[in-house]
Design a protein around this ligand. Sequence first.
Ligand code: GDD
Length: 326
Amino acid sequence: MNVLITGISGFVGSYLAEYLIEKFPDAAIYGTIRWRSRTENLTQVNGKVKLIECDLKDFSSVKSALEQSNPEYIFHLAAQSYVVTSFHAPQDTLITNVTSELNIFEACRSLKISPVIQIAGSSEEYGLVYENELPIKEENPLRPLSPYAVSKVGQDMLGYQYYQSYKLPIVRTRAFNHSGPRRGHVFVESNFSKQVVEMEKGIIPPVLKVGNLSAVRDYTDVRDIVKAYWLAVEKGEPGEVYNICTGKGYPISAIVEMLKSLSNVKITVEPDPSRMRPSDVPVLIGDSSKFKKKTGWNPEIPFEKTLSDILHYWRERVPEKASTAT
Ligand code: GDD
């Protein structure tokens, strides 16, 4: 079995590679990386995955990656995934996210191959959701509130269209927020955890800088998410779209409280206006019954464990404060 993971060196990609290697020891796992990609997330799979240098925005580069890997399954995870960056660089976000996917589809057509392709959509596509629409089902209107969200709607619709037009076996997933160790430090639960660890080590004062604490998000552990992605290509219906989530919403303020209970530092909270967005999605709580019914997936890791694992991750990585000579 040949598998190709775009964005293998990223947060989710690295966990997916580990999961597939353990589940299918004989599979050949390929992953695309850019020349400047950092590969520290891949230490556990070093030598067990085949890395292909590829710029997904370049059609010939994508075609060559598909020729080299000849995949039966493609997990398309590579993306500009930070909402805030998409406000600063909307054009790059749209081009990166939509063109890369288009290149994969067109390369499959050009090579006359038909791998099962998972498209990693996002709950951000739903955007503005009204109270009476919760928990969100797949049929909910999409009201995106950021260029990132629009790019994910574009990816989602492109997947739908290429299935309808060319019968490429594309399964679209809409994952709600997911986290765990290795989560990029810009995302809220990882950012707050890192700040707390810097306080514990005396690097910064015990003042937590925060943005909008009233937003509500539905968190799944990344290790449950990668199992879902495999089930999506194994048991999902091509042409269909599936929510992946736990159905439990946490206000961001609850993350602050949980971190306070996991640390001995006396933390005070300080709003930082630079952390506010031009528009923020107020609430995302999903209904994943369609996916669960189709695949039997069930998330197992509670958010409290995810958060404590992230703290542990940062405690191991944030260097101790250099002692000043007296
Ligand atoms: N990043 C960040 N930093 N967010 C903050 C902060 C802060 O200091 N303070 C409050 N927030 C709020 C944001 O305004 C948002 O409402 C919420 O915390 C979560 O922000 P992020 O962690 O940046 O994630 P996101 O929900 O915008 O997007 C993530 O989840 C999507 C799925 O719903 C990303 O992983 C996306 O790539 C993913 O598609």
